[in-house]
Write a protein that binds this ligand. Structure first.
Ligand code: ADP
Ligand code: MG
Length: 252
């Protein structure tokens, strides 16, 4: 995936706000990239563009061969089917079982009526169970989703995002509402699924330490600009902070 001079402005005239300012970077297939930045730096806006949910004001990029600047809605919908998305707040349906929640990640199932587990084709149910095994929660398949811990719910959300065998997984602050131990587990899981599935992962975070532990590369955003694009290996926290500060960024 390549992001190319992507600029996004909200509003017009005096009240216009530049959320993304000439953002460019490249992500190789299978790479795990941490998108680091303070609140308001443009992380969510960037991820929404990559998922085809928002259109750039100028510039754009190429995601899985789709040109973000010129793609028509049908192309963006097709792109979205090849991308999994994980949110900070999990967005599970609490009263449904874990397995049903994973089933909703199958193509088209969000539009259809929710009539219980057996409204899903057997192949979907089996695939969902497979994904739950992958995230280590097969034993929880028939529990209500709201009985699980936050960390477990996020694992379910990852399983759901993997239903369509996506080529890219976008995660928007997936650990921001989790305790440190669960945060580490989720990051390790993202790293594992990236390695197993040659999946590209772009994950926004605000903890430098997690980025250093689990990412291959760190892209730093500040006020919508890329201020950092460095490998996460062989580098320590102090160096990241020094680099971040050297471009005028506040501590992330
Ligand atoms: P982050 O995810 O890093 O916290 P966001 O991408 O949510 O940052 O926001 C970047 C900037 O763009 C913020 O100043 C935010 O208020 C603004 N913004 C985001 N979405 C919209 C929108 N739909 N309309 C107007 N402003 C927006
Ligand atoms: Mg955000």
């Amino acid at each position: 995936m390549r992001v190319d001079s992507l600029t996004k402005r909200f509003g017009r005239g005096d009240t216009a706000l530049t959320a993304l300012d000439d953002v460019s970077f490249e992500v190789r297939r299978g790479e795990v990239v941490a998108l680091l930045g303070l609140s308001g730096s443009g992380k969510s806006t960037l991820l929404r563009h990559l998922d085809g949910l928002q259109a750039p004001t100028s510039g754009g990029g190429t995601v899985l061969g789709t040109d973000l600047a010129t793609a028509v809605p049908a192309e963006l919908r097709a792109l979205r089917r090849r991308i999994g998305f994980v949110f900070q707040q999990f967005h599970l349906v609490g009263r449904l079982t874990v397995l049903e929640n994973v089933c909703t990640g199958a193509l088209g199932s969000l539009r259809g009526p929710r009539l219980g587990l057996f409204s899903y084709p057997r192949a979907v149910r089996e695939a969902a169970l497979g994904r739950l095994e992958r995230v280590g929660l097969a034993d929880w398949a028939f529990q209500r989703a709201d009985t699980l811990s936050g960390g477990q719910q996020q694992r379910v959300a990852v399983a759901r995002a993997l239903m369509q065998e996506p080529s890219i997984l976008l995660a928007d602050e997936p650990v921001a509402s989790l305790d440190p131990e669960s945060s580490g587990q989720i990051m390790r899981l993202l790293k594992e699924v990236a390695e197993q599935g040659r999946l590209t992962v772009l994950c926004s975070l605000h903890q430098v330490d997690l980025a250093l532990s689990w990412a291959d590369r760190i892209v730093g955003l500040r006020h919508g600009r890329v201020v950092l694009d460095i490998p996460a290996r062989g580098i320590d926290r102090a160096t990241v902070m020094r680099l971040y500060a050297s471009v005028g960024a506040d501590a992330a």
